[in-house]
Design a protein around this ligand. Structure first.
Ligand SMILES: [Zn+2]
Length: 541
């Protein structure tokens, strides 16, 4: 495999019109030691690590293992004199004996709705008016505001999942079938909070959400971790809820409204919010525990620009233990994401060796953060409290679920025309004789669902390298987030070699070229980058 990749490089280098590529190392793939890689995955995904749930014994073992690896490599701590950044978490467990009533109708927890809060409060009571606000989107760049002309302060809002482009099939309307961030549930809660609403219930529809009610129910009725800000999260919306489609239809019908009709209207410009003329009543009771989880990172300090960092990262956490068919199981998370963490570790070893011969100008960071599965929490904490200012982080490359099978003639890309890192990937892939393949499931909004997104929100140009079973047709259905996500000796790891080679090339290039890749489209990422004090790209500085 190594030699094949080398041959591809040589032949494509001749055709390559980008002079800068000739200066970048092309032997990273050849330096990757797959024995190390296998050992890392095997260890992290072993039963002994108990599925690597945050705050469990699995965390203690995982963090100890990562620190030991970085120390052995001779890398320096990323957080002052420590490899560890504490991440303050609150574990909120909501009592499940609640019910929601709207007007005369009572809805059953778990069957009709789910509700939780991220406010640090033991009790939260709703008794307020209900307003249907369509998609609950305020998007100036699309000239769209579902909250125009309506005051939702202190009220409960009902919103549709996804964005109006999804059902229209019109590529020029929002982003057509591809989900914009306005379609994500996280956005719905954030916007409602900005509008002053007290509670949000998102209407669940499987196609538009990208997952079934079972996923919503599991996520909404179990204990949740959240970061705690200095205002006990009181600026977040009070109640974060979902309704089944059937419950939403019933609720609206009781006010003489037809769900289908409203949904059609809400998908067209000029829609205005409608009050249900009913009150919602609900009481949430929480048990709250405060604990700290841990991000782990090491650096290879640059020889010239030590305070300019190029970051590579993979989340170390998994889902811990679960139940399948009434049996206790360990969700070892071998592909998701021991495979990514092992990739970070192996590239760290490769770069440490290479730096001995020729140091890299910028500092390289190799990180593994906590609590991605519970809401990109470790990455959010890192991005809000980085060891160097966010504006000095050149790029944040995120690996989530590597291709542990054979090499592919393509690399998958999530999002399109998002950042200039896409140009680096395109060039790197081309030098390997590969092409860039767009996300086959753009409607699922995967760009918003891994740690690089938390970095992007702080303006740091970021990129997601994710295969996650792309080469294994059984993976999503039978292994993803299940006990079947185990390590197998039969993995060929051809995909790992070519992807680490690609990622390594990009890191090496960014480590030496002085470039500040920017955001492509006008977006809140671009605004955040400029607000952080960094012009959007080298060409605009
Ligand atoms: Zn993952």
């Amino acid at each position: 495999m190594n030699s094949m990749i080398k041959t591809l490089f040589l032949s494509s280098a001749l055709l390559c019109k980008f002079a800068s590529l000739a200066a970048t190392p092309t032997d990273i793939g050849n330096s990757i030691n797959l024995d190390n890689y296998r050992q890392d995955v095997k260890t992290l995904a072993s039963d002994e690590f108990e599925g690597r749930a945050p705050l469990s014994v699995g965390e203690t073992k995982t963090v100890a293992y990562l620190v030991e690896q970085f120390r052995e490599m001779g890398l320096q701590p990323a957080f002052g004199d420590s490899y560890i950044q504490p991440v303050p978490l609150a574990k909120i467990t909501a009592s499940q004996d609640m019910s929601l009533s709207v007007g005369d109708t009572t809805f059953t927890n778990g069957e009709d709705f789910v509700a939780r809060t991220e406010r640090i409060t033991e009790q939260l009571t709703l008794d307020n008016e209900v307003v249907f606000v369509g998609y609950g989107i305020n998007a100036p760049e699309y000239h769209w505001n579902d909250y125009a002309g309506v005051d939702v302060k202190g009220k409960t809002v009902i919103v549709l999942v996804n964005d109006p482009g999804f059902t229209s099939g019109d590529k020029s309307f929002f982003n057509g079938q591809a989900m914009t961030y306005y379609g994500r549930w996280t956005y719905k809660y954030e916007e409602a909070a900005r509008q002053g609403a007290k509670a949000v219930f998102i209407v669940h529809e499987t196609m538009a959400a990208g997952y079934g009610w079972g996923v919503v129910k599991a996520g909404g009725t179990t204990a949740k971790y959240t970061l705690v800000d200095n205002n006990n999260n009181l600026s977040k919306v009070g109640v974060m809820g979902w309704l089944t489609l059937r419950a939403a239809e019933k609720m609206l019908a009781a006010s003489g409204l037809d769900y289908r009709q409203l949904k059609t209207q809400a998908g067209k410009p000029g829609f205005t919010a409608i009050g249900l003329q009913q009150r919602a009543k609900l009481t949430l009771r929480n048990t709250i525990e405060h604990k700290a989880s841990q991000n782990v990172a090491a650096i290879l300090p640059g020889s010239e620009a030590q305070d300019e960092w190029v970051a590579l990262h993979a989340h170390w956490d998994g889902l811990g233990k679960g139940t399948e068919n009434g049996q206790q199981v360990i969700l070892n998370g071998a592909v998701d994401n021991a495979s990514g963490v092992a990739g970070v570790l192996e590239l760290a070893r490769v770069f440490k060796q290479k730096a001995k011969a020729t140091p890299f100008k910028r500092t390289l960071m190799f990180g593994a953060f906590t609590a991605e599965e519970t809401g990109l929490i470790g990455a959010e904490h890192f991005a809000k409290h980085p060891p160097v200012p966010a504006k000095d982080i050149v790029a944040f490359l995120n690996i989530d679920g590597m291709n542990v099978n054979d090499a592919t003639p393509y690399t998958l890309q999530y999002g399109e025309n998002v950042s200039e890192l896409e140009d680096y990937v395109a060039r790197g892939a081309k030098s390997q004789g590969r092409f860039v393949k767009p996300d086959p499931r753009p409607q699922n909004g995967l760009f918003f669902r891994s740690d690089h997104f938390a970095a992007a929100r702080q303006g740091i140009p970021s990129y997601l390298f994710m295969s996650l079973g792309d080469t294994d047709p059984q993976f999503i259905a039978s292994r993803y987030h299940k006990s079947g996500d185990d390590y197998f000796d039969s993995w060929s790891l051809g995909g790992v070699v070519q992807d680490l080679d690609l990622i390594g090339q990009i890191m090496a290039e960014l480590a030496n070229n002085g470039d500040w890749p920017g955001w492509k489209a006008d977006s809140s990422f671009k605004e955040a980058r400029i607000a952080s004090g960094r012009g959007n790209s080298s060409t605009e500085d």
